[in-house]
Design a protein around this ligand. Structure first.
Ligand SMILES: C[S@@+](CC[C@H](N)C(=O)[O-])C[C@H]1O[C@@H](n2cnc3c(N)ncnc32)[C@H](O)[C@@H]1O
Length: 220
């Protein structure tokens, strides 16, 4: 169990009825039963290969009574009573696609735990527009990659572009990993500006604006 999955488990409310979309090996779901004593978990994936591996792991861990495995696309795996949805290890656009495709079911969800592999600012601002607000967020480093884990709950919030980029809670907490992430983001943008042709006005202006926000955050 890597640190990213451990943090996701920490963020899931005790006693939740959770649906893990894209469960792959189902290690997270097994830990929810074993460590958080969850009595009912749905682990779903849209491919048979991962589900076969998940089935084997669940049998080894003797969690068949608590974990329901489902072959389904995104929120189609929803069952009445599910109040928490976990989607981790997918791209930001895929996560948003999954949430938007079944807005009828999304209405029934109280908590979302999302860990996008990319486009984190886009996920922060877009999920906010679907009727959720960020209540917690963490950065977790695993082998030189820094992952973001976002916890949303039903509610309203108007994020500034700077908060969407850097994380409203990360900015307040200012942990060492956030400072490290800021430096990575700064270097990335400096490099991008050196590579972007001058004719890409709009893109250059956007990167310059983000660089300004990053530098001002670093000065705090
Ligand atoms: C990289 S794995 C992530 C596994 C695990 N959630 C984690 O964070 O380590 C992504 C999984 O999502 C599944 N997946 C991708 N799109 C999906 C969708 N629309 N619905 C359900 N599962 C999906 C893939 O088959 C794959 O098993």
């Amino acid at each position: 169990m890597n640190e990213r999955l451990k943090k996701i488990i920490d963020l899931i409310p005790n006693g939740a009825f959770s649906l893990d979309i894209g469960c792959d090996h189902a290690l997270l779901d097994i830990a929810l039963v074993k460590e958080k004593k969850m009595k009912k978990v749905i682990a779903s994936d849209n491919k048979e290969g991962p589900l076969l591996k998940a089935k084997e792991n669940i049998a080894k861990a003797k969690c068949e009574d608590q974990i329901t495995l489902t072959l389904a696309d995104g929120l189609d795996a929803y069952q009445e009573g599910v109040n928490t949805v976990i989607i981790s290890g997918m791209g930001g656009y895929s996560i948003l696609g999954i949430l938007k495709r079944r807005k009828d079911l999304l209405k029934k969800i109280e908590t979302l735990i999302l860990s996008p592999n990319n486009y984190v600012p886009f996920v922060r601002s877009s999920v906010g527009k679907l009727g959720f607000k960020i209540v917690d967020e963490y950065l977790i480093q695993d082998k030189n990659i820094i992952y973001t884990i976002l916890k949303f709950q039903r509610g309203k919030e108007k994020l500034t572009k700077k908060d969407a980029l850097l994380g409203p809670i990360l900015r307040k907490r200012r942990e060492n990993i956030f400072i490290e992430q800021l430096e990575r983001e700064r270097k990335g943008r400096v490099l991008l500006l050196s590579l972007l042709p001058k004719s890409f006005f709009k893109k250059r202006r956007q990167v310059q604006r983000e660089l300004k926000w990053i530098l001002s955050e670093q000065k705090k």
